[in-house]
Design a protein around this ligand. Structure first.
Ligand code: 3PG
Length: 215
């Protein structure tokens, strides 16, 4: 399945800081059980590339991307490890050019119309809206919608179960990302039930909103 299609289907993308393979396996199993098979593994730990390589090997059904990518060198490392998409917190034209030449999907972070325009110039139409809540949240996305009808957003930053529905109701939102689905304490304490419960709540909300939109 295509990566963007899988993201849209999931509706929620856990953004995980994972320290090692064992932890990664535990977390990925929980997300698969809960119906969230698209995971962004952040490049905020030294183990990120190894974790991505490992998850791609042990469970090919997962869709694993690399997050917090700042440079082409990091993107290359992620791609070599098997990352299926690259996420950056902001827009960088060098990174965009590199990802294009490597033929890997880049979802760059944007927060202003100028940044959206820069991304469009590089042929990128699916963008991370970051940091969503701090940059005006749903109001900003609603204001951007008529000006950029060709753009789809993945809002991230300050999103929790309590405001997830507000974002998912917007036609220019395909999914929301967040670390709330990958709580560090729950992962460290191996609390699978709690992680699965949270993820299932998010999944249920996604389904509910989608049904309401169609009805
Ligand atoms: C990210 O990596 O995109 C951010 O940490 C997500 O923000 P959140 O922690 O508020 O979900």
């Amino acid at each position: 399945m295509e990566v963007l299609e899988a993201m849209e289907r999931a509706g929620a993308i856990p953004i995980a800081v994972l320290e090692d393979e064992e932890e990664a396996r535990f977390f990925a199993d929980a997300m698969r059980k809960a119906g969230l098979p698209v995971i962004e593994v952040t490049f905020r730990t030294a183990a990120a590339a190894e974790v991505i390589r490992y998850l791609r090997q042990v469970d090919p059904q997962l869709i694993i991307g690399a997050g917090t990518i700042l440079t082409p060198a990091q993107a290359a490392q992620a791609l070599q490890a098997g990352a299926q998409f690259i996420v950056s917190p902001g827009f960088d034209s060098e990174l965009a050019a590199w990802c294009r030449s490597a033929d890997v999907l880049l979802i760059p972070g944007v927060a202003t119309p100028s940044e959206v325009m820069a991304a469009l110039r590089h042929g990128l139409y699916t963008l991370k809206f970051f940091p969503a809540e701090a940059m005006g949240g749903t109001k900003t996305l609603e204001a951007l919608a008529p000006v950029f009808p060709q753009v789809r957003f993945i809002p991230t930053g300050g999103i929790r179960l309590s405001n997830l529905a507000d974002y998912l109701k917007l036609p220019n939102v395909i999914a929301c990302g967040g670390t709330w689905l990958a709580d560090r304490r729950l992962i460290r304490e191996r609390r699978a039930d709690a992680l699965i419960h949270q993820a299932q709540e998010a999944r249920a909300l996604v389904e509910q909103i989608r049904t309401e939109i169609i009805a």
